[in-house]
Ligand binder design. Structure first.
Ligand SMILES: CC(C)(COP(=O)(O)OP(=O)(O)OC[C@H]1O[C@@H](n2cnc3c(N)ncnc32)[C@H](O[C@H]2O[C@H](COP(=O)(O)OP(=O)(O)OP(=O)(O)O)[C@@H](O)[C@H]2O)[C@@H]1O)[C@@H](O)C(=O)NCCC(=O)NCCS
Ligand SMILES: Nc1ncnc2[nH]cnc12
Length: 274
């Protein structure tokens, strides 16, 4: 297995193993996602191995046109969604990760093939070139949650992240996780919450149908960090209360979880201790 595929799989499993996560599936809870549990995520993650290997193979046969490469991996992404749905009996676990992680992994494979040395800025530039036409999707169809939210609120969701080279991952998540202290669990919980304050998560908006939800989440996370984050008992107690609130309001942070997966992946590829 290619080491990029191994790190993609590790990133998917690190994320679902991390607990306690508000509004997300972890090994002890899935109250806002009654149709899935940690095993659904393990099955889903394993089903994505051929997808990552196919993205890397697509880079090996690609010409210099990054738009062509993106067209190829989008087809692979649709196939991967089908395999995911087969593995999970029709449950959407990783649609966002197939998209975001697939693009980022492909950019790393491209840089490894074509550059003697590369920086994370180069990876972002490759992603931007691959996805420079992606916002055109919004003019062609309005079927998915992301497309409907663009029509209603002008939020560009996962596509906007890709178009801008995933600044949430490269400029927020990776720098934060790189300097984070504590155990792996503490670092990953704090990184998830830090990301949640910065992501316009289409999953969160879909569940609440209220754009004010982003301000509310930000205000809660500010309190969490003022109490010392997951390093302190006060922070842990606050997070428990926040988890109950997410359950009560049936909120989910699915898009933020995908940004955490991508952040972990980049750190693992870069050899950063997590
Ligand atoms: C082009 C796609 C991204 C199409 O997806 P969509 O139009 O729905 O776009 P978004 O909503 O913007 O994003 C898709 C998923 O990405 C995650 N996400 C959300 N916000 C962000 C963000 N700000 N930055 C990055 N990533 C984000 C999120 O995935 C997670 O949530 C999923 C569950 O949510 P959802 O699908 O909304 O809801 P349900 O299945 O109904 O579940 P519940 O409401 O019950 O919880 C889960 O998968 C998480 O991973 C967004 O959902 C892309 O998918 C694509 O290209 N697909 C290939 C096919 C294609 O080309 N389609 C487009 C042309 S037809
Ligand atoms: N742990 C998780 N729970 C729910 N949705 C997710 N999408 C990605 N990871 C997730």
């Amino acid at each position: 297995m290619n080491s990029l595929t191994q790190n993609a799989l590790r990133a998917l499993l690190y994320e679902v193993a991390t607990l306690p996560k508000p509004g997300l599936v972890d090994p002890i809870g899935h109250s806002t996602h009654p149709d899935m549990d940690v095993y659904t995520f393990i099955d889903s993650s394993a089903s994505l191995i051929p997808y990552f290997e196919n993205c890397i193979a697509a880079v090996q046969t690609a010409d210099d046109d990054l738009l062509n490469l993106f067209e190829k991996i989008r087809v692979l992404g649709i196939e991967a969604e089908e395999r995911m749905f087969t593995a999970t009996n029709g449950i959407n676990t990783h649609k966002g990760a197939i998209f975001s992680l697939g693009i980022i992994l492909t950019a790393f494979a491209y840089a490894q093939k074509n550059y003697a040395n590369y920086t994370l800025n180069d990876i972002q530039a490759i992603i931007q070139q691959m996805t420079c036409n992606i916002l055109d999707d919004f003019h062609h169809h309005q079927d998915t949650a992301g497309e409907k939210q663009f029509a209603k609120y002008h939020l560009t969701g996962a596509r906007g992240e890709a178009y801008r080279g995933f600044p949430t991952v490269f400029k927020i998540g990776v720098p934060y996780l790189t300097q984070a202290n504590g155990t792996t669990q503490e670092k990953l919980i704090n990184t998830l919450l830090f990301l949640a304050a910065n992501v316009e998560d289409s999953n969160l908006l879909k569940r609440s149908d209220d754009p004010q939800i982003f301000e509310w989440v930000k205000s809660q996370i500010e309190i969490f960090f003022k109490r010392g984050g997951y390093h302190t008992n006060a922070g842990k107690q606050f997070l428990n209360r926040l988890n109950h609130e997410f359950t009560k309001q049936n909120l989910s942070l699915g898009g933020t979880a995908d940004m955490l997966i991508a952040t972990i992946f980049v750190c693992l590829v870069q050899g950063i201790q997590i």
